[in-house]
Design a protein around this ligand. Structure first.
Ligand SMILES: [Zn+2]
Length: 349
């Protein structure tokens, strides 16, 4: 079963036309808008006002984190309001929370990203802290994605660069997927894999533009489109396989070991360097160079963790998602092998 968004709008100022898009999709007019509590609240307010101008009924709520407690709180509010549509406006947290709530309430979900920091903006998967596992959970595919380039290009550089890191992770994710196909006979979808790889290639190419003092809007637009493509690749595959392999398992393990020390895409970038090396792919050097050039972390220090945290995360990575076969195998890495891997790739000194 392939699940895709019904409408994806990318452009300048498109946040003001959400009412029009919803009307054409025939979703109903009662909207529940979930945003972050910082700068994204203002954007959510703009969206809410334009919805009300279009004759929609709107209720707004803000979340401080993507934690299961916040999900429960928002769900309670949403249930009593009984909306037709739930909209997530934010960098990541608000979108993840809104997505899970929409899924629980079986309502339409609309994704309005304010930063290009990860590929959850157009996928049916959400990452929420406090669930049984640190990996993503399957929820609902957004019926509509509204990516306003005017807003997204104003996002902090760190978030934009992190989005690039998340995309570059597809290089090792696809190698893992192919390996699982050859070794385990797991389903492998060439089309979904190609689409995910394409988005990673665009992220690599965007590196030069991202290292510029002022990131050009055109580069941000390409990045947003690549993140959406990656989400669509997951929709086509029906799983996160094309977008998430051993590099993501390392990132999730590091979140457990060091309590979410850095942005998801930053951790994935570092994981990608090491997992490409494990796969024997010469690409690891290029990925490291590109990440360095755009100012993304490539070392333990830059991630804000200790060397032993990196080693421990590598050793534990295979346990994060035991059913997902990757280059880490069933037993994972020994402490010595993990230490050597981190050292050879320059992640620790
Ligand atoms: Zn990711």
């Amino acid at each position: 079963m392939i699940e895709l968004p019904k409408m994806v709008v990318v452009g300048r100022g498109v946040r003001r036309y959400v009412a029009k898009y919803l009307l054409s999709l025939g979703t109903g007019k009662k909207c529940f808008v979930v945003s972050g509590c910082g700068a994204t609240r203002g954007i959510a307010k703009e969206v809410a006002e334009s919805l009300m101008d279009g004759g929609f009924e709107v209720s707004q709520i803000c979340v401080s984190s993507a934690h299961v407690d916040e999900v429960d709180r928002v769900e309670l509010e949403a249930r009593s309001y009984a909306p037709d549509v739930i909209l997530g406006v934010g960098g990541g947290k608000a979108i993840d929370v809104a997505k899970v709530v929409a899924y629980r309430l079986r309502r339409h979900f609309v994704s309005i990203p304010t930063a290009p920091s990860h590929d959850g903006i157009a996928s049916p998967f959400a990452s929420v802290k406090g669930f049984e596992r640190p990996t993503s959970v399957r929820t609902t595919m957004p019926i509509l994605v509204v990516a306003d380039v005017e807003v997204i290009s104003r996002a902090p550089r760190r978030l934009i660069v992190a989005g690039c890191g998340d995309l570059i992770g597809k290089f090792s994710a696809i190698l893992d997927w192919r390996l699982a196909h050859r070794l385990r006979g797991e389903y492998y979808g060439e089309y979904a894999a190609s689409l995910a790889l394409l988005s990673a290639k665009h992220a690599l190419r965007a590196a030069r533009a991202l290292s510029a003092k002022k990131i050009p809007e055109e580069a941000v637009r390409t990045l947003v489109e690549a993140l959406i493509s990656s989400g669509v690749a997951m929709g086509i595959a029906g799983s996160t396989r094309p977008a998430s392999g051993s590099e993501h398992m390392f990132a999730h393990a590091l979140d457990i070991v060091a309590n979410y020390p850095a942005l998801h895409g930053e951790e994935v970038g570092v994981g990608t360097i090491m997992m490409l090396y494990l796969h024997g792919s010469p690409m690891w050097r290029k990925v490291r160079k590109v990440l360095r050039r755009m100012g993304a972390p490539t070392t333990a220090k830059e991630l804000g963790v200790r060397d032993v945290d990196i080693i421990e995360a590598l050793v534990r990575a295979h346990t994060v998602r035991p059913e997902r076969y990757t280059i880490l195998g069933e037993k994972g890495l020994s402490w010595e092998a993990a230490e050597r891997l981190a050292r050879v790739t320059g992640v620790i000194d």
